[in-house]
Ligand binder design. Sequence first.
Ligand code: EPZ
Length: 422
Amino acid sequence: MDQLIIYGGKELNGEINISGAKNAALPILISSLLSDKPLILKNVPDLYDIKTTFKLLKVLGVEIEKSDINVSLNAKSITQFDAPYELVKTMRASILVLGPLLTRFGKARVSLPGGCSIGSRPVDIHIKGLEAMGAKINLNQGYIDATTAHLPNNKLVGCKIFMDQVTVTGTENLMMAAVLAEGVTILENSAKEPEVEDLGDCLNKMGARITGLGTNTITVKGVNSLNTAEHTIIFDRIEAGTYLVAGVMAGGNIKCNNVDPDKMESIIQKLKETGVTVTQDKTSITINGKKDFDSVDIRTAPYPAFPTDMQAQFMALNVIANGVSEVTETIFENRFMHVQELIRMGADIDIRQNTAIIKGNALLQGTNVMATDLRASASLVLAGLVAKGITIIDRIYHLDRGYQDLEKKFNAIGAKIERVYK
Ligand code: EPZ
């Protein structure tokens, strides 16, 4: 398995062009299943999970053409209606094919995604919502078997659905299912993440009739079919946040381009609380780092509150910042996998249930560490950048799932990171 070798202690200065958002691109690519007309997308990031999504869509029969500026998808001749375990087990977001296949074709068989290292991550809200729309769903040998054959016109029926937990992909699956359902669907307690909004914007360009995006009540008026559309994927706020945290930790000046600061308020707020200077304009954010900065207390929660996907990165920051801090994870039950690895590098962290108490000013030493999940890997890269000596990170395929050209982007601003192909 590939490794990253990080030579710590370099100051980072320069500009980073942020790529398209993984968590917007995944549902938007899958939304192509809803239409028999071409969907043309720009700013699709080049990531491992995107490649997996292409593989899955091709298995289902979607024609995909890629150029260096866009991706064109056409689902006019879908030949298969099931998402096999072999693919779903590598990427949980595959569950998002369930809603589109069911609402357009009246049938779908999707492997249950199973858990992952950060938690059990059930999909009960996805299933309950589709059943509320009339679907018959059986769970057989680890697969979700869904059908609408018993319904008039073989179509899901819009209704009011209250999701008893804010779920990003749950909202996305049910929103896509509602696009071609009979009548109106109201999704209460919807996720407000910018990536959910970006999916809704793309669906509306395809001819869907969705209102309430970015609020906790999304209304979808069903339509019979969709048209061809073009859409540019929103920027990746988590990738941007990761590089900005690196700027604080390494004490340099880092400017992230192609971003919308209005979608990153909770992250910018926390960056400012460290005491560094944060400046922004309509499409960029700049960190003017300094050697001496403060730790910040973090409590994750659904958007617009502080994102769970930035928790591990800020923990790495707190490890070397001044003072004692608390990081509380409220979304996933096991998202502290990076803690043990950071402790091996010299961090002083104590876990009490879902809160980590971090004593700052640790002098991190480079050593061998192991990536366990996407954002935990990012926090180990950040720690390696400021550690004394060399840090070797194993299993970096986790990183490649969510960060495009990570070592290239960091090396271009002064880091020294090598990838070793094993
Ligand atoms: C999405 O995961 C993101 N993935 C995650 O990003 C992100 O961490 C998460 O949202 C929270 O923001 C994609 O968008 C592809 P949830 P998702 O459903 O949708 C519980 C990354 O690093 N829940 O919002 O799977 C669940 O257990 C990844 O890029 C149910 O109980 O997360 C969790 O506690 C990691 N039943 C909470 O809701 C359900 O049916 C929020 O999960 C669904 C969810």
